[in-house]
Design a protein around this ligand. Structure first.
Ligand code: ADP
Ligand code: MG
Length: 966
């Protein structure tokens, strides 16, 4: 209560650290901190009540933001903590954190813990009743919880579950339960949390059992939806944009804050349910702290700036706080009396003043003592007040006004009716706003439809233009085609002329060809004849030759028996001469023939001889080759042998050398011996001689052997050289023969080549002849086709000419047919365009129909969904009602029992007291009760936390909770 009544909203700013994906992306860390109250972004400083850097712990945040609020709430003030910021800026981390980790837990679990710790340390006469409730508002869903106002015109959320709690564990259970319920309904947590506000309300009521003083405090803990969607509209405080998917409640929050900051008279609290519920937190009776959560990444700079701007605006809002005291009946009565007195005195004052005014107006001058005296009036009021106080002091327990039961009932009925009306109005407002939303949607749809149809229209227009252009183009084309046709006809005439010329030419050529071919055939036949003649002549020549030979043979025979034949011939002088001449001739001939025959024989002989020689030579060659190889082998063996002999020789020489050495040695020895033993000289000499002789003979033999060996060696060498020479010769011969052979071969080859050429030439000629024939045939064929074509063309031309003549008889001119054709084509074109247009129109109609149908479908789907949800709700309500009824019955039973007990003098209470000074007892409620019984107590049953009692026991029987105070 030490704080002044008016206080500004506290705004704290918290920056989270860069998360891993931002680090991976390489984002910059943009905030620069200056002291505890300033942060600089993009060179611009922003000041708040406190700025938390990224490394601030949860505990530090709690101590700075929330600890004081706990105390305030327990002293009867209202409190609110908001977390505002874009998605994943750390709102949930700040408000909830890790609920079951002592270091990482956020503000809510710490507050819960602290509230209870605080209560345990307070005055023993206080009794606390703590009620928690939590709910979420999805910003897109239309079936949300509705907001109503209670009898003190304080808005509350209708239908949200509330629960009386008496230990931190129970609160945490409630939170966990709420979370698990949400898990069932939503799959994508992140998306969900970015689109919904989650609100946690702790309601603390306390009563001093001695003074009956009642205080109440409400603490709202709000985790707002992600602010990013609103940044372009609401955060700027501008008029709400009509774009879809806007987080309406957030933008209205922005609007409320802007209006409050600007000091506008009208604050649009009723724009959204959330601002209605939090009306007190914003510019009302509440101590409010806003924690704006920011991302430090350069990627989010824009959002961060707009978040900071929001915080700056919110900082200027002023709230007026008062303690929420609940008056007792007595206090109410006093207040009533006092007000009544005040009222009467004020009325007196008014009448007095009116009288005085009238008098002044009427021109009277009012004397000073009759003028209104404020002090006097105040004194009068004071006196009356005192009288009332005295009266009350003297009659403490007599109630002033008593309502009869009937009146009470009436009043209650009236109140109920009024509430009903209020509810109805709320419902109506809700419906109206939904309707407005729907209508807006419809407007948008219509606009869209309009735009699309306009677009279609434009498209169609463009299409039409295009088609017209095409039509023009095709007309031009047709004209061109006709021109081309004319040209073609002219061309055709020319061509046909040419063709005629060509055919004539061709005929001439073919005639020539036939002439040539006939000449060719005649030449052929001549050639044949000549061949025959040559054959014939050859034959004759051979015949003549054979006859001549025969003659010669006969002559030969005749020559052989010349004398015999000549002798018997009758001879006279004339014949004799001739005979002699003939004989001379014959003899000559005979000799010649003889010589010829001889030569012939000789030649034959030489030929056969040479053949034989050839054979022999070949054989010899083969033999020589064989021999050469043998000799080579021999040479090889001889060289080897030579080498052996050489070696032997060397050995022998070595032997000789060694022997010589021995000899020298021996002679030396002998000399020594001779010198030493002169006595024995003679014998020794003899011996020496013998030895020398022996040696001599030995050496001679040796020498002889060597010489013979050397001779042998020489012989062998000679032999080798001879053999080599022979070999050389044979090789030469062989070479020569080979060369000859080659020559023969080449001549043979040449001949065969010539023969081949001749045959090829013959073949070619034959082929050429055949080709010529084929050519002739094809030419004839082509000619035929050409002829046919010409005929056709001529026919066509004739018909055309006829037609044109007919046309000429009409007066339309030569291009009538063409015109007809053009008109036909145009007709076709028109029909086609008509069909096309029709199709386009149909298409457009269908397209128009489509969105309508889609909308209808959507509407029905929505209706079905709504009906389903309504059904579900109705079922749930029924279940709840049943439960409530059951509980009511139980409660009444309990109350009756309690009353009975009280009448009997026992003190029993339906309350679970928690008292200051008492250690936090283990939650007396059975944890299963809450869950098995659907979870929540309704407002009707209270579980209170009381001061004073050192311990309390509770027993649970049949779902009832019975508490006995010791
Ligand atoms: P929001 O509720 O604003 O969408 P969250 O609270 O879910 O964002 O935070 C997003 C992520 O960032 C979470 O994984 C959270 O643990 C982490 N985070 C937020 N603030 C901090 C902080 N101050 N220190 C460490 N991690 C944080
Ligand atoms: Mg969140």
């Amino acid at each position: 209560m030490a704080d002044p009544a008016e206080c500004t909203i506290k705004v704290m700013c918290r920056f989270r650290p860069l998360n891993s994906s931002e680090v991976v992306r390489g984002d910059r860390y943009i905030p620069k901190f200056q002291g505890e109250e300033d942060v600089i972004i993009g060179g611009k400083p922003y000041m708040f009540d406190r700025v938390f850097q990224s490394n601030t712990t949860q505990e530090q945040v709690y101590n700075a933001c929330a600890q004081k609020i706990v105390k305030d709430v327990l002293e009867g003030y209202n409190g609110t903590i908001f977390a505002y910021g874009q998605t994943s800026s750390g709102k949930t981390h700040t408000m909830e954190g890790n609920l079951h980790d002592t270091d990482a837990m956020g503000i809510i679990p710490r507050i819960v813990q602290d509230i209870f710790n605080y209560i345990y340390s307070m005055d023993e006469n206080l009794e606390f009743h703590i009620k928690v409730s939590s709910w979420e508002w999805q910003t897109v869903s239309k079936t949300n919880l509705s907001v109503h106002e209670d009898k003190n015109r304080v808005p509350y959320v209708k239908g949200c579950t509330e629960r009386f709690v008496c230990s931190p564990d129970e609160v945490m259970d409630t939170i966990d339960e709420g979370k698990s319920n949400r898990h069932v309904a939503v799959t994508n947590m992140n998306e969900h949390s970015s689109r919904s506000h989650s609100i946690f309300l702790i309601n603390v009521k306390q009563e001093n059992t001695q003074t009956e003083q009642k205080l109440s405090g409400k603490l709202y803990l709000v985790d707002l939806a992600g602010s990013e969607k609103v940044s372009k509209t609401g955060a700027e405080g501008s008029v709400l944009d009509e774009a879809k998917n806007i987080n309406k409640s957030l933008s209205s929050l922005g609007n409320v804050i802007s209006a409050l900051a600007e000091g506008t008279a009208y604050i649009p609290y009723r724009d959204s349910k959330m601002t209605r519920i939090l009306q007190d937190s914003l510019g009302g009776n509440c101590r409010t702290t806003i924690i704006i959560c920011c991302s430090p990444s350069s990627y989010n700079e824009c959002e961060t700036k707009s978040t900071l701007m929001f915080g700056q605006r919110a900082k200027t809002i002023k709230n007026t706080v008062t303690v929420n005291v609940e008056l007792t009946a007595e206090q109410w009565k006093q207040k009533y009396e006092r007000e009544k007195v005040k009222n009467t005195t004020l009325r007196n004052t008014v009448t007095w003043l009116e009288n005085e005014l009238n008098r002044w107006r009427n021109g009277e001058s009012v004397p000073v003592e009759e003028q209104f005296d404020k002090e006097k009036a105040n004194a009068e009021v004071q006196a009356l007040d005192n009288i009332i106080n005295e009266k009350q002091a003297s009659t403490p327990n007599v109630p002033g006004v008593r309502l009869t039961d009937v009146e009470k009932d009436k009043c209650e009925a009236e109140v109920v009716k009024l509430y009903k009306q209020l509810d109805d109005k709320d419902e109506e407002i809700n419906q109206q706003s939904q309707l407005a939303e729907k209508l807006k949607q419809q407007m948008l749809d219509q606009d869209e439809l309009l735009a699309s149809s306009r677009r279609d229209h434009e498209n169609l227009q463009a299409e039409l233009n295009r088609l017209q252009a095409e039509n023009e183009a095709s007309k031009d084309e047709v004209k061109e085609v006709l021109q081309a046709l004319e040209e073609l006809a002219v061309n055709y005439d020319q061509k046909s002329q040419e063709v005629e010329d060509k055919t004539k030419e061709f005929e001439a050529i073919s005639e020539e060809l036939s002439q040539k071919s006939s000449i060719l055939s005649s030449l052929d036949s001549e050639l044949q004849k000549l061949k025959e003649m040559s054959n014939h002549q050859k034959k004759r020549v051979t015949e003549m030759m054979s006859s001549l030979l025969k003659d010669l043979a006969e002559i030969g025979i005749a020559v052989g028996s010349n004398d015999i034949k000549v002798l018997p011939c009758p001879v006279n002088g004339y014949y004799n001469e001739e005979f002699t001449v003939a004989r001379l001739y014959i003899s000559k001939m005979k000799s010649e023939v003889k010589t010829m025959a001889k030569r012939c024989k000789q030649l034959e002989g030489t030929q056969s001889e040479s053949n034989q020689k050839m054979d022999e030579n070949e054989k010899e060659l083969a033999a020589c080759q064989l021999r050469i190889s043998q000799h080579e082998a021999k040479i090889k063996s001889l060289t080897e042998y030579l080498q052996n002999v050489e070696q032997k020789k060397r050995q022998l020489e070595e032997n000789v050398d060694s022997l010589n050495e021995e000899l020298v040695k021996l002679s030396a020895q002998e000399k020594v011996h001779a010198m030493e033993k002169e006595s024995e000289i003679q014998t020794a000499n003899e011996v020496k001689e013998a030895v020398e002789k022996q040696i001599h003979s030995h050496r001679d033999a040796h020498q002889k052997q060597i010489s013979s060996l050397r001779d042998e060696l020489d012989n062998k060498e000679k032999l080798i050289t001879e053999l080599q020479d022979l070999n050389q010769k044979i090789m030469l011969e062989q070479e020569r023969l080979r060369v000859e052979h080659e020559k023969l071969k080449s001549t043979d080859q040449e001949k065969s080549r010539k023969l081949h050429e001749l045959t090829v030439m013959q073949d070619r000629r034959e082929q050429a002849r055949q080709d010529l024939k084929g050519l002739e045939e094809t030419v004839a064929k082509e000619l035929q086709t050409l002829h046919n074509l010409r005929k056709l063309f001529v026919q066509d031309l004739a018909t055309r000419v006829k037609k044109s003549a007919e046309m000429d008889s009409d007066d339309t001119g030569g291009s009538a047919a063409q015109k007809q054709k053009i008109s036909f084509l145009e007709n076709n074109l028109e029909q086609l365009t008509k069909v096309h247009k029709q199709l386009v129109r149909d298409n457009a109609d269908l397209r128009c129909e489509l969105p309508k149908l889609e909308k209808r479908l959507r509407a029905t789907a929505e209706r079905v969904k709504a009906l389903e949800s309504a059904l579900k709700e109705a079922k749930e309500n029924a279940a709840r009602d049943r439960k409530r009824y059951q509980q009511e019955v139980d409660r009444i039973k309990e109350a009756v029992r309690a009353k009975n007990m009280a009448r009997r003098g026992h003190s029993a209470q339906i309350a679970k007291p928690i008292r200051p000074g008492q250690q936090p007892v283990a939650s007396p409620t059975h944890p299963n009760i809450n869950r098995s019984g659907g979870g929540f107590y309704q407002n009707s049953q209270t579980v209170s936390i009381r001061g004073g009692g050192s311990s309390s026991s509770s027993s649970i029987a049949g779902g009832d909770i019975k508490h006995e105070k010791k």
